[in-house]
Write a protein that binds this ligand. Structure first.
Ligand code: ADP
Length: 659
């Protein structure tokens, strides 16, 4: 048994912070590695040592195996924790660590390799007696065979990339006539994402729940499970909310699924932390193996909350050869835990990732709340990485209490500067079916009306406009006082009615206000509101509107005010007279970047003749690739960008002469 003294964390953001915390607890020196974009990130400061490893693109930093090994050597790290994503499920990297005499904190490379292919993993599980989804996972990839096999399974079927992950390369096929196109597009996406276009076919479980079991093994052939997590609340096949225990779990089902999870792990001599994912068929009550993730999961805090275990500590112990310190019987779930993932994305705009600066970022102090965060006030969200910015975990004695508490936390949470999925999360939590535990993996798509999630009432819009007006009024008042050294106290001033016009999203608010004896009167189209100023400083404003006193968090940046209140959420409001006149000329035949992105590949050259549907430029933003295709036949007149260039939303990329 070798004792680990220094751990290099080959990752970034919240998971790097998470690992560093356990290192400190165990008296182990922690080393962060960071790319350009992360220079000011909290995890870099939190580590005992930090090494800059290169440019922001993951391929030049977090995915560069040689740079990471060199950083480990330089800092005397005797172990590497890969976190999740990046190199965490790369068997070659695990082997390289071993060859370099560095402990890889994760399972043995053979186990990682065995799970690298979904079809090989399924075959292995079938042999071990673990139930798998009926389907085809053979080597013959001809269209004819794939078609025949799909017919044999019976529609609907699901096509999956065998090398897949993150929902890429998956296609649901409902009937025979869709299959040819679906095979072609799934293969194309798989080839692009994983460099491998092999597919497998599965029976599509129409009403399925994603239930996974946390497993843990040591190097002495002991394997246990640490209970389940239900992760059916997904968007684009990716989890947004995870909870444990699962609302549908019974002792008998937990026993049979838990046994199957342990059997799956034993079949591959598993050591360290892993997750066995199952799909549970709501209609029949059967469950099937989906895959094993051979790493720590994003949602591991849910398991930590109910078991009281520190899974990173267990990982470190397992990697240095310590036998498991706990038996299956000793694993006891206590209470209930839920995790919500906060993303920098606009759910109402098809979950488009969002970049920008967060000016003010504050969580309330609530018992049982754990926040795993990548950022802090002042952080920039860049285009280079995954848009997840925090995980919000709440634990309580039962499901209802924990849901109430999580909703309270989300309401109190101040996050000013960029759009996040916060309104989406609040909507999810308040949905009756979710509260009843009555959901499957289609819940988000079928039950959440995205067009409604950002809506605020007219009354709330007025409230926000009042806050912005008074915040600005106070600012002017302050500067006037310092300039003219008038006696302090705004009560001495007298005003005529002032007019203001604000914009919130698409909506326009017009108001008039006047200072009166003991406060202000605001006139809106339909009503008058009496406002008293209670207190104000740089970031908060406490006012009484029509007899109800509330505190608002305010940040002003340029013409924009960011206003937060627990009942309204985080809102951006813009004052009209300072409203930028963005009369951007639309170039005919011009193609613009839809979101802030990096130009990954340019498929065309100036002068090329192109056909409608031709892929022109591949853009990448926050791990997602976006292919810009020609919407008409024509000729490329000019290209304004180069590969590798970063562009803002709306940036003109190229111009086509349409024929
Ligand atoms: P990935 O590795 O890309 O995440 P998974 O195999 O883990 O792919 O599946 C991701 C999600 O897709 C699951 O959580 C589930 O919602 C859905 N899914 C996977 N297989 C099936 C299936 N056979 N039937 C219905 N839904 C499925």
């Amino acid at each position: 048994m070798k004792s680990i003294n220094t751990i290099l964390i080959a990752n970034r953001g919240e998971i790097a912070s998470r690992v560093i915390r356990t290192c400190k607890k165990m008296g182990i020196t922690s080393v962060a590695v960071y790319a350009d974009a992360d220079k000011n990130a909290p995890f870099v400061r939190q580590a005992d040592l930090a090494v800059h490893i290169g440019a922001s693109e993951p391929s030049q930093s977090y995915l560069d195996q040689d740079k990471i090994i060199a950083a480990a050597k330089r800092t005397g790290a005797d172990a590497i924790h890969p976190g999740y994503g990046f190199l965490s499920e790369n068997a070659d990297f695990a082997r390289l660590c071993k060859a370099e005499g560095i402990i890889f904190i994760g399972p043995n490379p053979e186990a990682i390799a065995a799970m690298g292919s979904k079809s090989k993993a399924k075959a292995m599980m079938k042999r071990a007696g673990v139930p798998v989804v009926p389907g085809y996972d053979g080597e013959d990839q001809s269209e004819a065979t794939l078609k025949t096999e799909a017919l044999k399974i019976g529609f609907p079927v699901l096509l999956k990339a065998t090398a897949g992950g993150g929902g890429k390369g998956m296609r649901i096929v409902h009937e025979e006539k869709e299959i040819t196109t679906a095979i072609a597009s799934a293969k194309r996406e798989a080839k692009n994402a994983f460099g491998d276009d092999e597919l497998l076919i599965e029976k599509y479980i129409a009403s399925g729940r994603h239930i996974e079991f946390q497993i843990f093994g040591d190097q002495h052939k002991h394997v246990i499970h640490l209970l389940e997590r239900e992760c059916s609340i997904q968007r684009r096949y990716q989890k947004v909310i995870e909870e444990s225990p699962s609302p549908i779990m019974t002792e008998a089902l937990r026993k049979s699924m838990g046994d199957a999870a342990v059997l799956a792990a034993q079949a591959m001599d598993y050591d360290n932390a892993g997750t066995v994912e199952f799909i549970y068929d709501d209609t029949s009550g059967a469950f099937y193996f989906l895959e094993i993730n051979t790493r720590l999961q994003v949602e591991h805090p849910v398991t930590e909350a109910i078991t009281g275990l520190d899974m990173v500590q267990m990982q470190i112990q397992s990697a240095q050869g310590t036998p498991l310190q706990i038996t299956q019987e000793e694993v006891v779930g206590n209470g209930y835990a839920i995790e919500a993932r906060l993303y920098a994305e606009d759910a109402a705009n098809n979950y488009a990732p969002v970049t920008g600066k967060i000016h003010n970022y504050q969580f309330p102090d609530v018992d049982g709340l754990r926040v795993e965060s990548a950022i802090e006030s002042g952080s920039e969200i860049s285009i280079f990485y995954d848009p997840m910015i925090a995980k919000i975990i709440v634990k309580d004695s039962n499901r209802i209490n924990a849901h109430t508490k999580l909703l309270y936390v989300l309401q109190q949470f101040i996050c000013q500067g960029i759009v996040t999925n916060l309104p989406f999360l609040k909507t999810l939590l308040q949905h009756e079916d979710f509260q009843k535990g009555n959901y499957n993996t289609h819940f988000v798509q079928e039950k959440i009306d995205l067009s409604q999630i950002n809506k605020i009432s007219d009354q709330q819009i007025q409230e926000v406009a009042i806050v912005a007006t008074l915040y600005d009024w106070n600012k002017r008042e302050q500067s006037r006082k310092t300039l003219r050294s008038l006696p302090s106290g705004w009560r001495n001033n007298c005003y005529q009615y002032q007019k203001e016009v604000f914009h919130i999203g698409e909506q326009v608010v017009q108001l008039q206000y006047q200072y009166v004896e003991d406060g202000f009167v605001f006139l809106f189209e339909d009503k008058e509101r009496k406002v008293a100023m209670i207190g104000i400083d740089e970031t908060t404003l406490c006012i009484d509107i029509d007899g109800l006193q509330k505190t608002y968090a305010v940040a002003k940046v340029g013409e924009d005010y960011f206003v937060h209140s627990p009942t309204i959420g985080n809102v951006k409001i813009t004052q009209e007279d300072r409203f930028p006149i963005k009369e951007k000329e639309k170039v005919s035949g011009g193609y613009e970047s839809p979101i802030p992105s990096q130009v990954v590949k340019i498929n065309i050259q100036s002068g090329d003749a192109i056909k409608e549907g031709d892929p022109l430029i591949v853009l990448s933003s926050m791990k997602m690739e976006n292919v810009l295709v020609a919407n008409q036949d024509g000729k490329v007149e000019e290209i304004y960008v180069a590969e590798g260039q970063n562009v803002e939303a709306g940036f003109l990329l190229l111009k086509i002469n349409e024929e």
